[in-house]
Design a protein around this ligand. Structure first.
Ligand code: NAP
Length: 280
């Protein structure tokens, strides 16, 4: 039997075991994927265990996406630029790191490429997921301008410095409601990369009260628990286009699955399985 895992702390109710084990069963692959709660102190020994026990692959989640890099033999160009790895593949005794979050983000936003190109975006948060979002926007979708806002302005500044390009302007916006409301009119895409609105704090939203959205806005919330966050409900009520975090989760998983097995994750079965799990 082949072994796979996701490591994080806390690992909580990760959907990755359900997603990948469903894929293995569907495709008749003799493999098992488990969630492992790994603290910072145990990270090095867990990686050594994966090498010793010849794990084929594992995912990495908060808080180890940056720290894991020092234990790997090689990482992809994207992972290098972003400074974070979420997928590791062990081949011939070597550990290769990838960032498949960028694929999940790109697949979620790809249908709106034409609207995003040369438009303005607003990104909430300056953590790990925000780095991947900034990578996709600046390297691929090419909006004209990105407003970046997070509660720790220093982090916004270093994120902006890392991704500033000649053709995409990045402007730091203070978390001041008036400034955000004032900018909304010129913005096309809004992306939530904070946990605001995530279960159990489902009555939170990164958007200030009284923000006026309309049908021109595209709102992408990376959160998938709940499927309909307050932010997405606010957007739907204003006839804006909404994108939830489930598509990103599935697409980053599908890209990892492909790296490990060379096979396609059966997307429609996975989607209905995860939707059922998230609806209970
Ligand atoms: P992270 O590295 O911890 O970053 C979180 C960001 O949100 C930081 O900028 C943090 O600010 C800010 N933040 C945290 N709590 C806040 C609060 N109460 N008010 C305002 N800002 C707050 O986390 P991450 O990995 O980037 O994840 C961010 C979100 O994306 C999470 O909800 C996660 O579930 C989601 N996500 C989804 C997927 C998917 O596949 N759909 C994948 C990855 C992440 P400070 O730096 O000041 O703490």
């Amino acid at each position: 039997m082949k072994h796979f895992a996701v490591i994080g702390h806390p690992i909580g109710h990760s959907l990755s075991p359900l997603m990948h084990n469903t894929g293995f069963t569907q495709l008749g692959i003799d493999a098992q994927y488990e969630a492992m709660d790994v603290t910072q102190e145990n990270l090095a020994s867990t990686l050594q265990q994966f090498r010793n026990e010849n794990f084929i692959g594992f995912n990495v989640t908060v808080p180890h996406k940056q720290a894991v890099i020092q234990f790997l033999d090689q990482i992809s160009d994207e992972a290098k630029v972003i400074g974070a790895v979420n997928t590791v593949h062990q081949k011939n005794g070597k550990l290769f790191g990838y960032n498949t979050d960028v694929i999940g983000i790109l697949k979620s936003l790809e249908p709106f490429r034409n609207k995003i190109q040369n438009a303005s975006c607003l990104v909430f948060g300056a953590g790990g997921a925000s780095h991947s979002v900034m990578f996709v926007l600046t390297q691929n979708l090419k909006p004209k301008k990105i407003f970046l806002t997070s509660r720790t302005e220093k982090k916004s500044e270093s994120l902006a410095n890392a991704f500033r390009t000649l053709d995409v302007e990045i402007k730091i916006l203070p978390t001041d409601s008036k400034k955000i409301i004032g900018a909304i009119e010129e913005i096309t895409l809004i992306v939530n990369c904070t946990p605001l609105g995530m279960f159990p704090n489902i009555n939170a939203s990164p958007l200030p009260d009284n923000t006026r959205l309309n049908h021109h806005h595209i709102v992408f919330d990376l959160i998938y628990r709940p499927l309909q966050t307050l932010l997405l409900r606010q957007a739907s009520a204003a006839n804006a286009t909404t994108i939830g975090g489930l598509e990103m989760l599935i697409q980053q998983g599908a890209a990892a699955f492909k790296i490990w097995t060379g096979q396609e994750l059966p997307l429609s079965v996975i989607q209905s399985t995860l939707l059922k799990e998230l609806s209970t």
